[in-house]
Structures are given as structure tokens and as C-alpha cells.
Write a protein that binds this ligand. Structure first.
Ligand code: HPA
Length: 266
């Protein structure tokens, strides 16, 4: 970790961000618009690389609405073959860079039949259905306790703030429970039916490990899903990554507006 932080500080002239944002599939554009410093993940010591189309793999430092922000343009996923402690290493890096608030974003399929592609959903809570936990292994007490509480990850005050931001911009914001699977296969209709019965509103392959680590190490966490498709069986059509990227594109300007408004009001 020491090497990672030293390298980043050298590259950014000791830029001290207060907000971190993880930009999900097809949502990376915000970072290009405001970039002051950009570092490829592949150049950062101990950082894993993202191999997914739609994920650039760059750490971007920017100033947005007078706030210093660090953005991950693309993330590492469990299905790429990395264990979850590697997937979430970046969250500890952001913590060590000094952020207080983390905004996690993703593309997700709608389990809730009332949601439609290009909707935005504020994450109220999550279900870890990945079959793994990023905190497995020896615990470093410098970050958090062995058995961290997860009863209030996406805090009510912060959700209230996000809802007010959406209202200011006339954006219809859904709210619901995000369920994470390991992927990379999309779900079957039977699985989606089960996830609905379990209380999930949206399904995806990321975010949950990052939220667990963020909460564990005391970061205020906000989660926003961009609904890109009806999940399997909710509509008749089959799923593709292309559809996910195209729908994320449709929601892009709304999404960027909301993130900027949240930054302004944090
Ligand atoms: N399932 C899982 N992950 C996803 C989906 C989906 O339907 N859409 C976008 N990411």
C-alpha cells in the first residue's frame, strides 16, 4: 500500500481528494470531462487491471463544483478471476488518499418489473450473493474490526441528500435493493424469480464487495445503479453486454447531472 500511495502522490502533486467515485459500465465519461491528472491502473504499483469493454482502467483526479474528487474510470470484477481482496484493493487506496465519501455506480438489470432501462436506482441496501466476501483473510485493525456491522451501509441522511439532488434536477429516482452475483454469465429466469422473492430490485456483478470494504473502513457510501435492461425473464428478450452499454449511454447525461449535483451538495 505504501508504494501505491507514494506513486500516486508523486504523479498528482499530492492532490488530496475528499470524494471518491467508482464509475460503472458505460458511465466513465464524467472522468474525461474534468480530468486534471489521469493514471493508468497498469502503471500503479499493486493495482489490478480491468479487462472489460466499457471500462477504461484509469484513476482520474478532478475538481468538480469546487470539490476535489478521485474517480475510478472502470473497476475490477470478481469474474475477471481476481480474489475479492484484490478487487477491493482500490477502495483501500481511496481511503488512504483521504476520501471521506465514496459514490459507487454500476449498470444493473431490473428485477423489479416497475423499473425500465435508463432508470436510475438509489441503492438502499444490498444482498451479497457472490458466494465470497472481500474481508476473508487476516484482519488489519488499522482499517476496521474483524466482524464489522453492515446494518446501515447506505445511510439514510445520504440517501435523503441524493433524493433531494434528483428532485432539484427533475430526475425520477428509483430506490431499491441491489443484489450482486459473481457473474460473468447473466442470470436464468428462475434465478431472477428467486432474487425477486428474496427482496432484490436490481441485479449486477459488482459494487457489493466495494461497499462492504468501504463500510468496514468507515467511508460514507452512496450507491447508484443505472438500470440498463430488464433482468432475464422479466421481458422476453435475451441479454447482451452491448445492450447494457447502449442503455447506459441513454442514461449518461442524467447520470452525470445527478453525480455533479451530489458532489455540489456533499
Ligand atoms: N444481470 C447482471 N448484471 C448486469 C445486468 C443483468 O441483467 N445488467 C447489467 N449488469
Amino acid at each position: 500500500m505504501e508504494n501505491t500511495i507514494k506513486f500516486i502522490n508523486q504523479q498528482t502533486d499530492n492532490f488530496k481528494p475528499e470524494i471518491g467515485i467508482v464509475l460503472g459500465s458505460g458511465l466513465g465519461e464524467l472522468a474525461d470531462e474534468f480530468c486534471i491528472y489521469g493514471i493508468n491502473y497498469s502503471d500503479i504499483p499493486n493495482f489490478a487491471r480491468s479487462t472489460v469493454h466499457g471500462h477504461k482502467g484509469k484513476l482520474i483526479f478532478a475538481e468538480i463544483n469546487n470539490k476535489k474528487v478521485v474517480m475510478m474510470q472502470g473497476r475490477i470484477h470478481y469474474y475477471e478471476g481476481h480474489p475479492l481482496n484484490i478487487v477491493t484493493y482500490s477502495i483501500k487506496v481511496l481511503k488512504n488518499l483521504g476520501i471521506k465519501t465514496l459514490i459507487l455506480t454500476n449498470a444493473a438489470g431490473a428485477v423489479n418489473p416497475n423499473f425500465k432501462p435508463a432508470d436510475l436506482m438509489l441503492i438502499k441496501d444490498h444482498i451479497n450473493f457472490m458466494g465470497a466476501n472481500p474481508l476473508v483473510g487476516p484482519n488489519d485493525e488499522n482499517y476496521g474490526v474483524r466482524f464489522p456491522d453492515m446494518s446501515d451501509i447506505y445511510k439514510k441522511e445520504l440517501r435523503k441528500l441524493v433524493k433531494e439532488c434528483a428532485k432539484n434536477l427533475n430526475i425520477d429516482l428509483q430506490e431499491g435493493v441491489y443484489l450482486a452475483t459473481s457473474g460473468p454469465s447473466y442470470e436464468t429466469p428462475a434465478e431472477i424469480k428467486m432474487f425477486g422473492l428474496m427482496g432484490a430490485d436490481a441485479v449486477g456483478m459488482s459494487t457489493v464487495p466495494e461497499a462492504i470494504v468501504a463500510n468496514y473502513c468507515g467511508l460514507n457510501t452512496i450507491g447508484i445503479s443505472c438500470i440498463t435492461n430488464h433482468a432475464a425473464g422479466v421481458s422476453e428478450t435475451s441479454l447482451s453486454h452491448q445492450e447494457v452499454i447502449e442503455s447506459a449511454n441513454l442514461a449518461k447525461s442524467k447520470f452525470k447531472g445527478l453525480i455533479k449535483e451530489i458532489i455540489k451538495n456533499l
